[in-house]
Design a protein around this ligand. Structure first.
Ligand SMILES: Cc1cc2nc3c(=O)[nH]c(=O)nc-3n(C[C@H](O)[C@H](O)[C@H](O)COP(=O)(O)OP(=O)(O)OC[C@H]3O[C@@H](n4cnc5c(N)ncnc54)[C@H](O)[C@@H]3O)c2cc1C
Ligand code: SF4
Length: 300
């Protein structure tokens, strides 16, 4: 029987006067007791409207039931069936517009704190799990994922679970896409993203190459590393390519949109610019001097 009287548990957070002096995560996460209590608010609706509001269709009532029972590892395994990034989604998914928006408890009060429970379960697993995930048997097919944002990582995780040999290629120096370079540390710590990437590696995602793949070189690296019999999937801001020609065609804007590392130190570049300006001024002075001489001579 669901607890109908208890209000939704607030998320513990750093005090304003403390958090204004550091860059650490503001939200601190539920304690075990808070999570178990919050889980008792769930009605276990047979039609699962919350699940239908979840883009990856997590079986929400089932995992919440496990949380209420205190079996957090079982809750994690339920979430992990369809989500490869629970610690990330539990923090930054817009739950108020997805699962929680459809929660029946929200009709006459406050929705069950599904996102906070997901975050608790993922953090609990990351802190306490002793067994690495079981690697599925390989099906012998190789897939390259280009781009390691949430889309690429999710795709890599799902395919690895199906037995594909997955390799991820990332243009930037770290895996995670916008999760790493767009969402600030106080909202989503980088270590949380890295931990999810490490879990994918344990699951069988062979390698995550970073700092290599922009534009056409990406394709050459893919062929040399994985051989010609590969499937590749592009994930990120760029549209998927069906053919090799499309791939190369679409790679060009990628090469432009991703900043290249400067080949020479910035100080030298600055010096070069200064020299160019210097030469321009020198020539300008000469031209002005000649013009003055000529006009002066003509007046005479
Ligand atoms: C400032 C900011 C804050 C946000 N906050 C939230 C939030 O709180 N909650 C939320 O749900 N959403 C948030 N979003 C939106 C969310 O981050 C994006 O929807 C999500 O990152 C898109 O994921 P993606 O994998 O499709 O693309 P991306 O995250 O952009 O990842 C694409 C990756 O592909 C790589 N790549 C591209 N081309 C190549 C190539 N040719 N070779 C190799 N690698 C390549 C890129 O370097 C990049 O790492 C935020 C976005 C921004 C900008
Ligand atoms: S809709 Fe809300 S109350 Fe019903 S099962 Fe989902 S989380 Fe529980």
């Amino acid at each position: 029987m669901a607890n109908m009287t208890m209000p939704r548990h607030e998320m513990p957070a750093q005090e304003p006067d403390v958090r204004n002096k550091n860059f650490s995560e503001v939200a601190l996460g539920y304690t075990k007791e808070m999570a178990m209590e919050e889980a008792t608010r769930c009605l276990g609706c047979p039609k699962m409207p919350c699940k239908n509001g979840c883009p990856v269709q997590i079986n929400i009532p089932d995992f919440i039931t496990k949380v209420a029972e205190g079996d957090f590892e079982a809750a994690y395994q339920i979430i992990n069936k369809t989500s490869s990034l629970p610690a990330v989604c539990g923090r930054v998914c817009p739950q108020e517009n997805q699962c929680e928006k459809y929660c029946v408890r929200g009709i006459k009060g406050e929705a069950v704190a599904i996102g906070r429970l997901e975050r608790f379960v993922a953090d609990w697993h990351n802190a306490n799990a002793t067994q690495p995930p079981k690697k599925p048997e390989t099906n012998g097919h190789k897939v390259a994922i280009i781009g390691s944002g949430p889309a690429g990582l999710t795709c890599a995780g799902d395919l690895a679970k199906m037995g594909y040999e997955v390799t991820v290629f990332e243009a930037l120096h770290k895996a995670g896409g916008v999760l790493v370079y767009g969402i600030p540390e106080f909202r989503l710590p980088k270590a949380i993203v890295q931990k999810e990437v490490d879990t994918l590696k344990e699951l069988g995602v062979e390698k995550v190459y970073t700092g290599h793949c922009t534009g056409e070189p990406a394709f050459r690296i893919l062929k040399s590393v994985l051989g010609s019999q590969i499937q590749y999937v592009r994930c990120g801001q760029l549209v998927p390519a069906d053919t090799e020609e499309d791939f190369l065609e679409q790679s060009r804007p990628a090469a432009v949109s991703i900043p290249e590392m400067p080949s020479k130190p910035a100080v030298k570049k600055g010096k070069k610019t200064y020299m160019k300006m210097h030469r321009l001024f020198a020539w300008g002075t000469v031209v002005c001097f000649v013009m003055t001489m000529v006009t002066g001579y003509m007046k005479k």
